[in-house]
Design a protein around this ligand. Structure first.
Ligand code: TRP
Length: 356
């Protein structure tokens, strides 16, 4: 046990992690893991929303995502990895939370709405699809965290989580609904109202200039890309500029990348200045500089990732997930028991023996 404030956040395993994940949230997690008691969730049950018939994919993505996390610097000695499907209290809490949210409120969640409008979901999405958003409230509240670091697209889910926490505290713990968010626990509530923290770039543009880097838009640079692939992808960024002395627009995609990935502030200002003036600086030169910086950043990740390759790496990850499931369940079982007491359904305590 520790008295550090607690973090819960996570990702759905849906392919390799890309630079959007890194600047949106993972970088934050790596930085925060020494000052917070961190729980990092692999939302493998949420992967079923889109690929329930393709469990092989879910298995593969789950292991690959954990490998990407560890490679990125998430330290299993300083955090708890939470494999969602091994933590039953999350699913159980989801049931009760689903009763505290009006159906139409869930369907108005803007992140869910835009997902339901995407072509690959269409009008044939499953009954369970919208439920993942309620599940996410339970992912979070099962750990009673203080802080949830996420990318911008997740903020709507955290807002819903905060609503559920307030509702539960008022309905079942007798807390006055006008209580300030920071005072709910003091006033006898079970759930703290967690704060959200968005990364330094909440939404990274794709290399094609589209609003968001994403696997499905095929515009992503992956943490596992080789130096050559990265050079090539950065090379594809389109600016439409014709010559070295043509004044450039520093609000374009190229400069989003300059500001996001070139660490030296003075150099960023210098590039912006020269580019805006058309002072003999070509796109190609700037692209090479961005690619170099990204490669330097990814180099240590590549080294760590290499140690986890193949079946031996798979086994290491699976062992780690099993061990960590015990730590995760110790926390969530306590929360769930307290929740059952609050709801008047505490017919005895159970003991889980996960990871065997
Ligand atoms: N929905 C998140 C995503 O797709 C993943 C996720 C599931 C999550 N449960 C969470 C994120 C709880 C933060 C907290 O990336």
């Amino acid at each position: 046990m520790t008295d550090k404030p607690r973090i819960l956040t996570g990702d759905t395993p849906s392919g390799n992690l890309h630079l959007g994940h890194w600047v949106g949230s993972i970088e934050n997690r790596v930085a925060l893991q020494s000052d917070y008691d961190c729980f990092f969730l692999i939302a493998n049950m949420h992967a079923f929303t889109k690929r329930a018939e393709r469990v092989g994919e879910i298995q593969r993505y789950t292991l690959d995502m954990v490998k990407d996390w560890l490679a990125a610097g998430i330290d299993p000695d300083r955090c708890t990895l939470v494999l969602q499907s091994e933590v039953p209290a999350i699913t159980e809490l989801s049931w009760y939370f689903a009763m505290l949210l009006p159906f139409n409120r869930v369907m108005r969640n803007p992140t869910l709405k835009s997902e339901l409008e995407q072509d690959d979901v269409g009008d044939v999405y499953s009954f369970g699809f919208p439920l993942y958003t309620v599940g996410q409230c339970a992912d979070i509240l099962a750990f009673r965290p203080d802080l949830v670091p996420v990318g911008e697209d997740q903020v709507a889910h955290i807002e819903m989580t905060r609503e559920v926490a307030r509702r539960f505290n008022t309905v079942y713990c007798g807390v006055d609904s006008h209580t300030e968010d920071k005072d709910f626990v003091k006033a006898g509530g079970l759930f703290p109202i967690p704060q959200v923290k968005v990364g330094r770039v909440g939404r990274l543009v794709g290399i094609d200039g589209k609003a968001k880097m994403s696997k499905s838009l095929n515009n992503a640079i992956y943490l596992t890309d080789s130096p050559k692939q990265i050079k090539k992808k950065i090379g594809q960024i389109y600016t439409g500029r014709q010559s070295l002395d043509e004044p450039g627009d520093t609000s374009n995609t190229l400069f989003e990348y300059v500001r996001t990935f070139i660490a030296d502030e003075a150099r960023v200002r210098e590039l912006e200045d020269k580019y805006a003036k058309g002072d003999n600086i070509g796109d190609g030169h700037i692209k090479a500089e961005i690619a170099d910086e990204i490669n330097t950043m990814l180099e240590p990740m590549r080294a760590r990732r290499a140690e986890l390759e193949g079946e031996a790496g798979d086994r290491k990850v699976i062992d780690l997930l099993k061990q960590h499931a015990r730590k995760a369940n110790a926390v969530t079982e306590e929360t769930f028991y307290l929740a059952k007491q609050a709801m008047g359904i505490d017919y005895g305590r159970r003991e889980l023996k996960p990871g065997q």
